[in-house]
Design a protein around this ligand. Sequence first.
Ligand SMILES: [Fe+2]
Ligand SMILES: [Fe+2]
Length: 350
Amino acid sequence: MTVMIVDDAETNLLVIKSLVDACGIVGASTFKKPVEALSRLDDLGPSLILVDYMMPDLDGIDFIRAVRDRDRFKDTPIVMVTTTDQRSVRLEALQAGATDFILKPIDPAEFKARVRNLMHLADAQTKLRDQAAWLSREVEKALAVARGREAEIVMRLARAAELRDPETGEHLERMSRYSERIARAIGLDDAFCERLRIAAPMHDIGKIGVPDAILLKPGPLTPEERSEMQKHAQQGGEILERSSSELIRLAGEVAISHHERYDGSGYPFRLAGDAIPLSGRITALADVFDALTSARPYKPAWPTEQARAYILAERGRHFDPACVDAMMSVWPDILAIHDERATAVATTQT
Ligand SMILES: [Fe+2]
Ligand SMILES: [Fe+2]
């Protein structure tokens, strides 16, 4: 606990300091110049300030105002030591943020009693503030752990689904990064973009319910097989729906809506336009773009320019125009994500 004493008269400083010392408080700092005291405020961090009223450069009231301007000293007790008991001065000092007054000549017994009380108050305030800060740090830590676990569960589920799905982990990684990039380009908030990046790889989780004969069939699917395959969207939604976790609910939303089309010709519900959740409209675009630009057993990888032309042609049909525009506005970033994979593949091959 430190005490700051500010008074332009040397004798007053000595008297007040000896009284403070007598209260058992060691290391009180004294200042003849209020401006100098202000400049040392942050590094000294006093728990109690005693300030004179009449001083040449800056009077006690202006000094109190300057102290109160700093957030850290909003609640620090400040006592004005003054020869005047003028009502208007007291009122102005109180309005400026003074906590208490001590009249000169100082009555040592009264002074000690007041200083002790104020030190107790300052002590309690510091403890309370420290405790609140500690508590909020602990809550933040616990939340970060919970969020990390949630993200891990989602990732592990996606990995489990990958074992059955011929689509690679690289597809999941890329489409989730495209989704995040598009979401950011739309201007969605940070937390949502981050959640979407983690949730997007779950889009095909429902494929764990599709029979192997259909899922792994190399040739084209019959209409019955196709409708069986299409059930993966709804099944994914059912696996993830009604979670208390915002992240898992978002993953469910992506799973159930990533095959809807903007013009209402998609599945499972033939939703159109804004009736399709935004997460579904974004991931649909990211998913198709990555599918087009990746080699599959039945087709080679399309060049990015060809995929871009396809997406533009499907603007307002398969895809939400706003999502397409957002994707185009960050096209170099999309290409960078795409090329990263190409470089990685080239590196592993050499
Ligand atoms: Fe899908
Ligand atoms: Fe996919």
